[in-house]
Design a binder for this molecule. Sequence first.
Ligand code: NAP
Ligand code: FE
Length: 366
Amino acid sequence: MQFKYLIPTAIYFEKHCIENQSEVLASIGEKAMIVTGKYSAKACGALIDVINALVKHSKEYIIFDEIENNPSVETVERASQIAKLNKVDYIIGIGGGSPIDAAKAIAVLTANPEMGGIDLFQNTFTKVLPIVGIPTTAGTGSEVTPYSVLVRQDMQTKMSFGTVKTFPSYAFLDARYTISLSSSATINTAVDALTHVMEGYLANRSTSITDALALEALGVFRRSIEALVKNDLSLEDRENLMYISLLGGMIIAQTGVTLAHGMGYCYTFFKDIPHGKANGLIMKEYLKYLYEVSSNKMEQLLKVLEYSNVNQLIDLFTELLGNAPQLTKEDVTRYTELTKLQKGSINNTPGLVDEKVIKELWEKMS
Ligand code: NAP
Ligand code: FE
C-alpha cells in the first residue's frame, strides 16, 4: 500500500457554521474580497451571514458579485485589479463552484501583480492570498480542492489550474444554503458530486484512502436517491448531498477527474449545459466503457449503490437528467479534437484511451 494524502483545508461542517465560527472567519486577514455571483449568495443567506461575521469582528470587506456561471479568465483578471487597488488580504468565495473557483484565481492574480490570467495555467506561481470556500451548491467540492476551472475563449474550452497553494485555507459548509436551489440545479450539482466520487474511485490515481472515502460517499448517496428522484429533499438529505460533495472534493483533490469531465466541457462550452449535467450525460456511455476496462471496481460500486447491473445506474442518470443533445458529424469531430487536449483526465482514465476511444464515445453520444 502506498499513498499521499493532503488536504490543507480546515473544514467546518454544521448548520449556522459561519455564525458559530465567526471568529475563525474574521481571523484570516484584515480586509476581505467577497467573491460571488449576481444573486444566489444573497438569496440563500450566506452573504449576509459572512458580512455579519466580519462586521462583528470589525473587519473590512469589499464585494465582487459579477462571477458568471463557468467563470472566464477575463472576469478573474478584472476582479483581481479591484482586489489589488483595494489592498485586500484574503478572498472569500461564496457560491457554487464558479465563484469558489474564481476566488482561487483572484487570490493568485492579486498576490502576483505581474501575472496575466493566462499565466495561471503554468502553475508556476508561489504566492497566493488565503482563500475561503463557502459552498451554496452540493456539487463541486471546490471548497476542498486546489482546482480552478476557467473558460478559455482562446481555446474554445474550459481548462483548469491549481497547485498545493490553491487549496482553500478554510471551508465552511452549511447545507441550509442549498435550500434555495432550483430542483434542476439541485439534481445537476448532485450528479456532479456523484461523478466526482465515481470517477475518483475508478481513476488510475485512486488509492486505498480515496477508495474508502468513495465507498462511504456512495453508501450515503444510496440513502438519498429516492428523495433526489422525487425532488423531495429534507434538510437531512441536503446535508447528505453536501457531505457527498465534500467527500467528492476530498477524493478528486487526490485522484483528479477522468475522461467524463474532459468530455463534459464540450457540452458546457458549445451547448450551454450546466457542468454537473454535462458530466452526467456523458456517464451513460462512459459507464459501459468503464465496466469493460475496470469490471471489478464497477461491480463493487454497483453493489454499494444496490444495483445488480450497470444499466440500472445508467437508467438513474437518464431519469435524473433526460437525454443528451443530438450531435452532428462535425460536432463529433470538433469535440474529439478538444477532448484530446484534456491530457490529465485522459491519462487518469483506466484502459487505453486514444483518439479512437474518444471518437467512439462521442459517436455513441450523438
Ligand atoms: P455555479 O456555476 O457556481 O452556479 C450555477 C447557478 O446556480 C448560478 O446561476 C448560481 O447563481 C446558482 N446558485 C448557486 N447556489 C445557489 C443557491 N444556493 N440557490 C439558488 N441558486 C444558486 O454551479 P456549480 O455547479 O456549483 O459550479 C460549476 C462550476 O464549478 C463549473 O465552472 C465547473 O467547471 C466548476 N467545478 C470545479 C471543480 C473544482 O474542483 N474546483 C469541480 C467541479 C466543477 P449565481 O450566479 O447568482 O451565484
Ligand atoms: Fe465536476
